[in-house]
Design a protein around this ligand. Structure first.
Ligand code: PMP
Length: 406
């Protein structure tokens, strides 16, 4: 092992929980990751010693909390290599980040007959907001298909783009298939026609080094809670030129400059998009999570996860009954599969009895599940604290599921 996994596991107290008298094996990291004590401690410290509303006071606590919050913005900016801190907008998650773009950029720029290009592997969070906008505006959604291997059929993109195309919104990594999409190619093709690209990075940031400048994407959305940080915090990165032109998302305190009953002028970036009291403790916990994974070294984490992915895939494929959905050449440590004709929910119940948390169902990507013609899938998604020993117990449990239900 390239890093000290036992030491790391000590940082995650929840891994000691027992489930049905068995030690928990947590393979549902794509839904949410657990939080190291450094993150929990940061949140507790904020409420014990620093709690205050930000940007609004001249007194000590408010100044301290404001400084800490804005520092966290800089940490996120560095983490994704954005050009400016004000290109980082704090939201409550990837979902809100995408809705923000739909209801600001989208409402302003997308009209009757215009087109938004998505893919068949989108999470509902990067589908429904566009569908809602399309309904409001009379716009059209176009969908890049996915092949049997779970790869994006990107060769269709060029012919799908027309003079009515106003945005491409695409998952960087699929939450079901683990596929890492060829986003450079997509961005180049879209930009050749002057079309901006939004990447849903919710499943990418935990497994890849993301550099928004190098990607040259126009928007990038992700959530802290899938990155060992707290729930209720996320990020919208947007290029300054787009954010400047976009109208505000929600109205309220903080996002304003001057207010009269006749007219309101809006605050500068990033505050224009951060109406109301933000989740300060969450943002500070998120910063602690980023520091935690950066200390461990992203390259080491990703190499370790690759080992876990390869081992799990190899062991699962030794069972004839197992069919894995998503065999892309470039994929992250997410494995969706079925065991013969066993219903995923039935399998999930047995795994649970054996102390193993896997996800079952449509994984908030119903059109993708329909594309593969199955009622649902079982999904094992791995994180930096999982081990080969856990995978061995999981494989043995998979055999047991098959024996009991086939
Ligand atoms: N996109 C993808 C690919 C996801 O996996 C998820 C979460 N499952 C989301 C968006 C939405 O993230 P959140 O619920 O944290 O807003």
């Amino acid at each position: 092992m390239s890093f000290d996994i036992l030491h790391i596991r000590h940082d995650f107290p929840i891994l000691d929980v027992t489930v049905h008298d068995k030690q928990l094996i947590y393979f549902d990291n794509a839904a949410t990751t657990h939080k190291p004590r450094q993150v929990v401690d940061r949140i507790v410290a904020y409420y014990k010693k620093e709690n205050c509303n930000i940007h609004r006071g001249v007194h000590y606590l408010s100044t301290m909390a404001t400084g800490a919050y804005e520092n966290a913005r800089k940490t996120v900016k560095d983490f994704i290599n954005a050009e400016h801190p004000h290109e980082v907008i704090f939201t409550k998650g990837a979902t809100e980040a995408i809705n923000l773009v739909a209801q600001t950029f989208g409402r302003k720029n997308i009209h009757q007959g215009d087109e938004i290009i998505l893919s068949e592997m989108e999470h509902h969070s990067n589908l429904v907001p566009w569908q809602m906008l399309a309904e409001q505006k009379g716009a059209v959604l176009k969908v890049i298909p996915v092949d049997e291997q779970g790869e994006l059929e990107v060769q269709h993109l060029k012919s799908m783009i027309t003079h009515r195309t106003k945005l491409v919104a695409l998952a960087h990594v699929s939450n079901v298939l683990g596929t890492i999409n060829p986003v450079h190619r997509v961005i180049t093709l879209a930009h050749e026609q002057g079309i901006p690209v939004l990447l849903d990075g919710a499943q990418a940031v935990p497994h890849l080094e993301v550099d928004v400048k190098e990607l040259n994407c126009d928007f990038y959305a992700f959530s802290a809670h899938k990155l060992y940080g707290p729930m209720g915090v996320g990020v919208l990165y947007g290029k300054e030129k787009y954010l400047e032109e976009m109208p505000p998302y929600q109205g309220g305190g903080e996002m304003v400059d001057q207010v009269t009953f006749q007219k309101t002028t809006y605050n500068k970036l990033p505050y224009k998009f951060e109406a109301g009291t933000p989740n300060v403790s969450g943002v500070l916990g998120f910063e602690a999570a980023l520091k935690y994974i950066l200390d461990l070294d992203l390259k080491k984490i990703h190499a370790y996860e690759r080992e876990l992915l390869d081992y799990t895939t190899l062991e699962l494929l030794k069972m004839d009954a197992v069919k894995i959905f998503g065999n892309a050449e470039n994929k992250t440590a997410v494995i969706s599969y079925n065991i013969g004709k066993i219903h995923p929910y039935d399998a999930g119940t047995i795994y649970d009895k054996l102390g193993i948390a896997v996800r079952t169902g449509h994984h908030c990507a119903q059109p993708l599940i329909d594309r593969f013609g199955v009622p649902g899938m079982i999904r094992a998604s791995l994180g930096l604290y999982n081990t080969i020993e856990e995978i061995d117990r999981f494989i043995e449990a998979t055999r047991q599921v098959r024996r009991m239900l086939a």
